[in-house]
Design a protein around this ligand. Structure first.
Ligand code: NAG
Length: 311
């Protein structure tokens, strides 16, 4: 092959490649929809407790197209016997490449100065975000448009307040006075897409029934859950009102888990109270945590709410 034909073959190859690339992009162009602008890539930073922990180690391999959850080992990094809602949304119910960073810590409360079981809190998780991701490092070049932060916390705070016989409204407002500044901090960092989940009906978990037996105790625990969820909803409304340029989604995990516990057979479970480490034949994987099938059902149920965040 002479020099001239090499050039024309190269030109032809470049031409064909650009047509192919164009076709590919053309086919993957999002359908015109204001509520669901598809992103080529999304970043998701998750804060919370064991329901959201995935075993992600912030100091190790970062999420990438090859492993969208970073260095996470799905089991036992989760507390579900398999994947959890974050894993399902990231790798199965995703509509684009989602790089997810779960900074959640099992046992976490909102702030250890208010309530603690001796584990890391959400305050420390947001601090970890500050030192590792707020500056938008080359490994995580997130922007306001393509980034979601989620918060699912409260179970451990509620149990602490209940165990210490705290007044629900005073206790909850103390908690939320620590919670709101964490959200504001992320807003100041430039985050504009926020997802909040409330406290599930943990009063009905096997753990609360193993550790308590008086009707008064169940009522008091449930009252703490209600106070927390009412307070959180209020805080989220205020946050949303104060930041009109933010997209704020509130997902009612209390309502969804209540629905599953009220209709276990509909979801393939024997009853609402059994525990099985297989994570699939019972709602509960252990006495406080639902199994992976529950997480999968919930992730699926969340999709309608997540559309507003670009899912
Ligand atoms: C969903 O995520 C997986 C794992 O990252 C990826 O292989 C797949 O292409 C993604 N799906 C879409 C529709 O982008």
């Amino acid at each position: 092959m002479n020099y001239r034909s090499l050039i024309s073959y190269t030109a032809l190859a470049v031409f064909v490649a650009s047509i192919l690339l164009w076709l590919r992009n053309y086919n993957s162009l999002p359908k015109l929809s204001i509520s669901n602008p598809a992103q080529p890539q999304m970043f998701w930073f998750a804060f919370g407790d064991s329901y959201s922990a995935t075993g992600f180690d912030i100091g190790s391999t970062q999420p990438s197209a090859l492993n969208p959850m970073g260095n996470t080992a799905l089991d036992p990094g989760t507390q579900s016997g398999g994947n959890n809602w974050i894993g399902y949304l990231t790798t199965q119910y995703n509509t684009s490449l989602v790089l997810s960073y779960s900074l959640a810590i099992a046992g976490a409360t909102i702030d250890n100065s208010i309530a603690t079981w001796g584990f890391g809190d959400m305050t420390s998780q947001v601090a970890a975000f500050q030192s590792n991701y707020a500056s938008r490092p080359a490994s995580a070049p997130w922007t306001a448009d393509n980034t979601i932060v989620s918060f699912w916390v409260g179970i451990n705070d509620v149990y602490y307040g209940f165990a210490h016989n705290d007044d629900p409204s005073i206790f909850v407002s103390t908690l939320l006075n620590k919670y709101r500044p964490l959200v504001e901090q992320l807003y100041s960092n430039g985050v504009r897409k926020f997802l909040f989940l409330n406290c599930p009906p943990s009063t009905r978990s096997p753990q609360v029934h193993e550790e308590n037996n008086l009707p008064e105790q169940f009522q008091r625990h449930a009252a703490m859950v209600t106070a927390y969820n009412d307070g959180l909803k209020d805080m989220v409304h205020h946050f949303s009102d104060d930041h009109k340029d933010a997209t704020v989604v509130f997902y009612d995990s209390w309502a969804f888990m209540t629905r599953v516990l009220d209709n276990p057979a509909e979801y393939g479970y024997r009853d609402a109270t059994c525990i099985n480490v297989d994570g699939s034949s019972c709602v509960w994987w252990n006495n406080l945590h639902p199994g992976w099938t529950y997480h999968k059902y919930q992730a699926d149920d969340m999709l309608a709410s997540l559309a507003r965040l670009g899912w």
